[in-house]
Design a protein around this ligand. Structure first.
Ligand SMILES: Nc1ncnc2c1ncn2[C@@H]1O[C@H](COP(=O)(O)OP(=O)(O)OP(=O)(O)O)[C@@H](O)[C@H]1O
Ligand SMILES: [Mg+2]
Length: 291
């Protein structure tokens, strides 16, 4: 399993509620995500109507849904790129807060989306993609200051992710798998407690996919919480314990992975006959028999 970097005995600073220091008794931990009665639109399309979802800290979760289910819209609600329709009993909370800024949140919550990958297609160099994570900016800017320790940490992360040789390469001149590693490094620079990953292995060849999954598993095993938003069943690692099935903006099933990840449920989710096979804690979908 890939070794994983944390910044040692970091005491988590508070967004709200009270967090325990490492190894101490849990007092009160706000949920990572609390979505309550949310209605949200993309253009004229109503994607969610009264959606509610809570994800607790430490609960590695996969949100699985077909094309158009609302996965990317959900991520945009979390990153505040879109807002729900305002209603008294409706909110989107991250770590217990409805309003937050990237500075407060970056040590708690990293989102690695495909939009982010697109935004870096300019002249950013590999090293600067990682460093830009400190400021949650796209690329670095002249006014941003980086200490020797900041740069050393970026070097250590690149070493862990196996991309040191690419630090001077333009992001746009990297393969998809290499870009994915740099974006993971950008998120890890702040040592967040939680990472939200959008179809993390799409576009990766088998080796790159397995290596990336290995990195994600290493993160979970080192205590990070992973929320995976995907329609790829094969990228749900054994450490994921909860699965939420999202279809047409509605949660049609939610619970422990063995109960939710079944051929019957997936056939209903994707509206196609699907036979699930399982090996070493991973799942793979095969065409099932027609009705
Ligand atoms: N900018 C937009 N304007 C109007 N409708 C949109 C817009 N973006 C998305 N939609 C619609 O919102 C719904 C949810 O889209 P979303 O991108 O969240 O799905 P998704 O689950 O991420 O799908 P995929 O697996 O294809 O990425 C779809 O019906 C889509 O057509
Ligand atoms: Mg999407």
């Amino acid at each position: 399993m890939a070794p994983f970097l944390t910044s040692g005995n970091k005491v988590i600073s508070h967004v709200s509620g009270s967090y325990p220091e490492q190894n101490s008794v849990k007092v009160h931990m706000p949920n990572i995500i609390e979505i309550k009665n949310v209605t949200a639109y993309r253009g004229q399309t109503r994607v969610f109507n009264d959606l509610s979802l809570e994800i607790a800290q430490g609960c590695n979760t996969a949100i699985l849904g077909p094309n158009g289910a609302g996965k990317s819209t959900l991520l945009k609600l979390l990153s505040r790129e879109i807002y729900p329709v305002q209603r008294d009993d409706s909110y989107v909370r991250v770590f217990g807060q409805e309003r937050w800024n990237v500075w407060e949140l970056r040590a708690h919550f990293g989102i690695i989306s495909h939009d982010l990958q697109q935004q870096y297609m300019g002249n950013a160099l590999g090293m600067n993609v990682i460093l830009s994570g400190y400021y949650s900016s796209i690329d670095t800017a002249a006014h941003q200051q980086f200490s020797a320790e900041d740069k050393n940490r970026a070097d250590r992360i690149m070493h862990t992710l196996g991309v040191t040789d690419l630090k001077e390469r333009m992001f746009s001149a990297m393969s998809t798998g290499e870009q994915r590693r740099f974006l993971l490094g950008r998120a890890l620079i702040n040592d967040p407690d939680t990472l939200v990953l959008d179809e993390p292995t799409s576009g990766l060849d088998l080796k790159a996919c397995f290596q990336y999954l290995d990195l994600i598993r290493g993160l979970m095993q080192s205590g990070k919480t992973i929320i995976l938003v995907t329609h790829h069943i094969h990228e749900i690692p054994p450490e994921v314990s909860r699965v939420v099935l999202l279809k047409d903006g509605e949660i049609i099933a939610d619970g422990e992975k063995p109960e939710i990840l079944t051929s019957t449920n997936l056939s209903a989710l994707f509206a196609a006959p699907i036979a699930l096979v399982q090996a070493n804690g991973f799942y793979q979908a095969m065409p099932g028999r027609g009705q």
